[in-house]
Design a protein around this ligand. Structure first.
Ligand code: GAL
Length: 685
C-alpha cells in the first residue's frame, strides 16, 4: 500500500517546523531539542538547504553531523521530515557546470548566491540531485526518526536556456506529434510565425512585441511538467529504497507555476506553505485567503493535508513586515486544522542570526525562550495535543469552486481585453463570499466528478476543455446548480476563441444566445446594477455596483435577475438564471460588489439546498465541521457570543456550553455537540 499522511501522524496532529542546525554550533542543537519538547514539537523538517554541507565538493559526503542531528531528535521523541536539499545547489555546481544555472528570457544567467538557481532541464543538475537523494535514502531509510520525505522546496523556477529549448521541443513533439499540428494549435498563420522545422522553436524569449499566446501557454505547461519530472525522479529514487515512507514537496499557496491538480496526483502527502498578511487581521483578508488555500490543498489531497510552513510572526519579504497580533497565529493555525490540516508547521524553528532571513520570525525568536512569541508557540503545541481526535477526519463540503491552471495561464497573455482582470481576482472574491456565508467549499478542476456537490461555482475560467464543458452540461442537466462567472468558456485548450464569444454548449446551459462584446471597465469607473425581484435577494447593503467587467449578452431562455443601469449597457442583462434539464444555471456577466456577490451566491446556494453549519452566525465568525467536531473561529478583535442549537463541550477548555459560546478576540472553540434530545425520550416513552 502507498504510504500516506496517516503513517506520519500516527493519530496525533503534527507540530513543528524547519530545523536548520547547520546554521548553529552543536551545543545549540541540544537546547533546540529541549525547547522543542517544551513546545510540544513532534516533527521537524531537516536538511532543506544542506546540500553544500553534505556535499562540500563534488561527490563528497559529510553525513556525520546529520547522523547526530537525527539521533538527537529521535532520542527526544521528535520525528523527522527529511528533505532532499536539491532546491539550492552548492556554488561548486554552478562554477563547474554553468549549464546547470538558469537563464532568464533575455539569456542572462541567474547566478548562485541565493537559492533556486537550477535549470530543471539540465541533465547534470538532475544527476547530482538524484545521487544525493538516493544517498540520503540509503543512509537514513532505516533511521527510526524518519517519518516523511520532503523533496526540494517550493518548486517554481523557470529557465529559458538552450538545454531548456531542446527539452521544450521534445515535450512539444510528444504533445503534437507533427509540426503542422503545432502550427495549427499555435495559430502561426498569424504574423508569419510558421515553423518549418522543430529546431527553429525556442522558449518564449524576449520579443519585440506581443508574444504568441499559445507558445507561452505551452511553455507554462512544459515548465510545470519539467519541474514535475525532477520531483518524480527524486520521489522514485526515495520510494524504491523506502517504500514505507511517504513523500511530499511543499506547494506555494495558490501558486501560478505548477499545475497543482496534476502535481497533487504524484504526492503521498500534499503540503503547502501559507503566509497571509497579518497587517489587517480584522480584515479578514488574511483569513479569507487562508481559507481558500486550505480548501484548495484539502481538495488536492482529497483529505487531510499538512501545513508545512507558516510564520509565527512577521515575514521579511513584504515591503513592511508586521508581526501577528496576539491570538492571530493560534487562530490561523486552528483555522487550518478546521479545514483539514493534520499538522501545523512553521518556517522555521529557530530564527537565523545571519543570512537573508534573519528578520523573518521563527518559533524560537531572537528574544528566546522568555519571549511572548515562544509562549504562544508553547500554548499552541499544548492545544494541538488536545485535539488528537481530529487527526485524519474529513471536512464535508456541499459546494465546489472550480479552478484550473490552464485557464489561469491562458488568461495571463498579453493583448487581452483588460489587464485589470486576473484569474485569482474573481476566484478570491467568490470564494470569500461563500466563506463569509460559512458555506464550506472544496475546489475542483472543471473536469472532475461534480455529482457529489449541490452547488458548483465557476468564478472565471477563460479556457475550458471540451471535456470540462461536457462535464458542466451533464452536471446541470442531471439536477445540479451551476453559478458561472463572466469571461468563462471563451477559449479552447489551444487558446482558440470559441464561436459566439462563449462555447455553444455552455451558452445552451446558461440560456445565452450570444456574447456580443466584452465591456471591461477602467480603474475608478462604477457601473450600477438593478436587482430584479426574481433574484430573490434581500439584505445586500447599499446599491449594487460593479467596477471590473461587463458583458453585452443576448439571452435565449434565461431570465435576467439583475440588469445594468446606466452607461452603454443600460437595461441589458447583468445576471441571468436558466433552467437546464433538471438543474439551474446562473450567469454573472460582471463581478458585483462584495455584498451583492455574497447575496447572489447565498441565494443560489439556498435554492440548491446548501446550508452553513449553524444558522445566525455573527459576522466575522467562521464555522466549519470536521469529523464530529464543530470549529468556531472569531476573526474579529471584538469578543462575540455564538448561539448554539444544542449544548456542546469545548475540547480546548473542557467547558460545557448550554446555549451559546463566548469567543474572545480571535477566539476559537472546538465543540463536540450533544445529540439533540428526542421528544419521545424526554417524555419518558
Ligand atoms: C518559503 C520558503 C522558506 C522560507 C520562507 C520564508 O517560501 O520555503 O524556506 O524562505 O518562505 O517566508
Amino acid at each position: 500500500m502507498t504510504p500516506s499522511l496517516h503513517d506520519v501522524t500516527r493519530g496525533r496532529l503534527l507540530y513543528g517546523g524547519d530545523h536548520n542546525p547547520e546554521q548553529w554550533p552543536e551545543e545549540v542543537w541540544h537546547e533546540d531539542v529541549a525547547l522543542m519538547r517544551e513546545a510540544g514539537v513532534n516533527l521537524v523538517t531537516v536538511g532543506v538547504f544542506s546540500w553544500a554541507r553534505i556535499e562540500p565538493r563534488p561527490g563528497a559526503r559529510e553525513f556525520d553531523w546529520l547522523d547526530r542531528v537525527l539521533d538527537l531528535l529521535h532520542g527526544a521523541g521528535i520525528g523527522v521530515c527529511l528533505a532532499t536539499p536539491t532546491a539550492s545547489p552548492p556554488p561548486w555546481m554552478g562554477a563547474r557546470h554553468p549549464e546547470t544555472l538558469p537563464r532568464d528570457e533575455t539569456g542572462a544567467t541567474v547566478w548562485y548566491g541565493s537559492r533556486n538557481h537550477f535549470c530543471a532541464s539540465s541533465p547534470v543538475y538532475r544527476e547530482y540531485a538524484l545521487r544525493i537523494a538516493a544517498d540520503l535514502a540509503d543512509r537514513y531509510g532505516d533511521h527510526p526518526a524518519l517519518r516523511l520525505w520532503h523533496v526540494n522546496n517550493e518548486y517554481g523556477t523557470s529557465c529559458w536556456c538552450d538545454e531548456t529549448a531542446r527539452h521544450f521541443r521534445r515535450w512539444l513533439r510528444a504533445r503534437y506529434g507533427d509540426l503542422e499540428a503545432l502550427n495549427g494549435a499555435w495559430g502561426t498563420a498569424f504574423w508569419s510565425q510558421r515553423y518549418d522545422s522543430w529546431e527553429e522553436i525556442v522558449p518564449p524569449r524576449r520579443t519585440q512585441y506581443l508574444a504568441n499566446p499559445t507558445q507561452t501557454l505551452d511553455f507554462r505547461r512544459f515548465t510545470s511538467d519539467a519541474l514535475l519530472e525532477c520531483f518524480v525522479a527524486e520521489r522514485d529514487a526515495l520510494a524504491e529504497r523506502t517504500p514505507h515512507v511517504p513523500v511530499t514537496t511543499n506547494f506555494m499557496p495558490l501558486f501560478v507555476g505548477q499545475d497543482g491538480w496534476t502535481w497533487a496526483e504524484h504526492q503521498d502527502v500534499v503540503s503547502v506553505d501559507l503566509y497571509p498578511d497579518p497587517a489587517d487581521p480584522d480584515g479578514p483578508d488574511g483569513a479569507a485567503l487562508g481559507a481558500l488555500v486550505q480548501d484548495l490543498t484539502r481538495s488536492q489531497a482529497r483529505g487531510p493535508w499538512l501545513l508545512m510552513e507558516q510564520a509565527a510572526g512577521a515575514v521579511n519579504w513584504r515591503g513592511v513586515n508586521r508581526p501577528k497580533p496576539e491570538g492571530l497565529m493560534r487562530l490561523w493555525s486552528l483555522q487550518a486544522v478546521a479545514r483539514g490540516a493534520d499538522g501545523i508547521c512553521f518556517f522555521q524553528w529557530r530564527q537565523s542570526r545571519q543570512g537573508s532571513e534573519k528578520f523573518h520570525s521563527a518559533m524560537l525568536p531572537h528574544a528566546g525562550r522568555r519571549s511572548r512569541l515562544f509562549g504562544r508557540v508553547r500554548g499552541l503545541g499544548a492545544e494541538l495535543g488536545a485535539l488528537s481526535e481530529v487527526t485524519g477526519a474529513s471536512v464535508p463540503a456541499g459546494t465546489a469552486v472550480l479552478h484550473d491552471w490552464n485557464a489561469w495561464w491562458a488568461g495571463l497573455q498579453q493583448g487581452r481585453p483588460s489587464d485589470r482582470l486576473t484569474h485569482t481576482g474573481p476566484l478570491r472574491a467568490w470564494h470569500r463570499a461563500l466563506w463569509e456565508r460559512n458555506l464550506t467549499c472544496d475546489l475542483a478542476r472543471p473536469e472532475a466528478d461534480l455529482s457529489g456537490y449541490a452547488l458548483v461555482a465557476a468564478p472565471h475560467l477563460y479556457l475550458l476543455t471540451d471535456e470540462a464543458l461536457d462535464n458542466l452540461a451533464a452536471y446541470v442537466h442531471g439536477g445540479g446548480t451551476l453559478v458561472c462567472g463572466f469571461f468563462t468558456g471563451v477559449a479552447d485548450a489551444d487558446d482558440r476563441i470559441r464561436e459566439g464569444g462563449m462555447d455553444a454548449r455552455l451558452r445552451e446551459v446558461l440560456g445565452i444566445d450570444l456574447v456580443h462584446e466584452w465591456w471591461p471597465m477602467a480603474e475608478g469607473e462604477t457601473q450600477h446594477l438593478t436587482l430584479h425581484p426574481a433574484a430573490g435577494i434581500s439584505g445586500a447593503a447599499g446599491p449594487a455596483t460593479a467596477d471590473l467587467w461587463r458583458e453585452d449578452v443576448e439571452t435565449a431562455g434565461a431570465e435576467a435577475v439583475a440588469s445594468y443601469r446606466g452607461g452603454e449597457l443600460d437595461g441589458r442583462p447583468a445576471v441571468t438564471r436558466h433552467t437546464f434539464g433538471a438543474g439551474t444555471a446562473w450567469y454573472l456577466t460582471t463581478l458585483p460588489d462584495p455584498d451583492t456577490l455574497r447575496a447572489l451566491l447565498g441565494r443560489a446556494a439556498h435554492e440548491a439546498g446548501v446550508r452553513p453549519p449553524l444558522p445566525d452566525l455573527p459576522t466575522g465568525v467562521e464555522a466549519v465541521r470536521r469529523g464530529g467536531l464543530l470549529f468556531l473561529l472569531n476573526h474579529r478583535r471584538e469578543p462575540v457570543a455564538v448561539p448554539l442549537r444544542v449544548p456542546a463541550t469545548d475540547l480546548l477548555t473542557g467547558r460545557r456550553h448550554e446555549r451559546g459560546v463566548p469567543l474572545d478576540r480571535h477566539g476559537v472553540a472546538v465543540l463536540r455537540e450533544e445529540p439533540p434530545a428526542r421528544e419521545g425520550l424526554r417524555e419518558g416513552r
